[in-house]
Design a binder for this molecule. Structure first.
Ligand code: NI
Length: 264
């Protein structure tokens, strides 16, 4: 299994991080995409450093839509530099969040466009965070057309929204939300999307799946989401694991894990 989106910052896991990573490795997680956003550029720097130390961790760097209004030119410049560091495999998470609207919508849109421009310049895929803003996000993705494509992380739409992103060439990543009672539309989208276009993620430390809901999420809980996805699609979990791992490696261009065969 691959956790295609988790936050492993010191701020969340600190001294416990190696235990958290080991628990995930023990149940067969072979790679982690560590998303470095927030707190100026500190989280991005941590993600890059972590990826340099751990052979199964890869990093992304970016400006979260929540932080669009507070990101300085100096921080943008630093992110531009970090995006070119070794083992950085994507730009983000960036995007639009009209639910919380911590930054004004027009500022979020500008930051999203700017992030996609960075993705184009570096040849990296874009990791998009979209909440209550699917129409605008799809329009920006269509206009800015990141050449390496990208992932709609923690997808929260239904079939219509899924189709729009798939038509633009993006992948959909499903989180623990799939296990939530009120997420019928997301489950429909997860059953609908082609098998070669879906990913799984924890978004740890957020969004712990049932039965861990309400507590701190961690990459080992990816198994719950993967199992739910397998049930929805009527396929063995091993097949969903194989497909989602391949898809994650394809979109982020991860090297093939030497240990992936050992797990099976
Ligand atoms: Ni996230």
């Amino acid at each position: 299994m691959i956790d295609s989106h988790c936050h492993l910052d010191d701020a969340y896991f600190a001294a416990e991080r190696s235990a958290v990573l080991d628990r995930a490795r023990q149940i067969g997680v072979t790679a982690f995409v560590c998303v470095g956003v927030g707190r100026g550029t500190a989280a991005a720097e941590e993600a890059v450093a972590l990826a340099a130390r751990e052979p199964d961790i890869f990093a992304t760097v970016g400006v979260h839509p929540h932080d669009a209004a507070v990101t300085t030119e100096a921080q943008w410049a630093e992110l531009d530099r970090l995006a070119r560091a070794p083992r950085v495999v994507g730009v983000g998470e960036t995007g639009l969040d009209y639910h919380y609207e911590h930054s004004p919508r027009d500022v979020q849109q500008l930051a999203y466009r700017r992030s996609i421009a960075l993705a184009r310049a570096t040849g990296l895929p874009v990791v998009s965070h979209v909440r209550d803003a699917h129409l605008d996000a799809a329009a920006i993705l269509a206009a800015e057309a990141p050449a390496a494509g990208g992932v709609i992380h923690c997808f929260t739409g239904g079939v219509a929204e899924a189709r729009a992103y798939l038509d633009l060439g993006h992948y959909l990543s499903f989180s623990g939300i799939l296990t939530f009672k009120n997420a019928g539309n997301v489950r429909e989208a997860a059953a609908f999307a082609p098998l070669d276009r879906i990913l799984v993620e924890t978004d740890a430390p957020y969004l712990a799946p049932i039965p861990h809901r309400g507590g701190r999420n961690e990459p080992a809980f990816i198994a719950e989401t993967l199992g739910t996805l397998a049930g929805l699609r009527g396929l063995p979990a091993a097949e969903i694991d194989r497909a989602t791992s391949e898809n994650t490696r394809r979109v982020f261009r991860l090297p093939n894990a030497a240990d992936s065969a050992a797990r099976d």
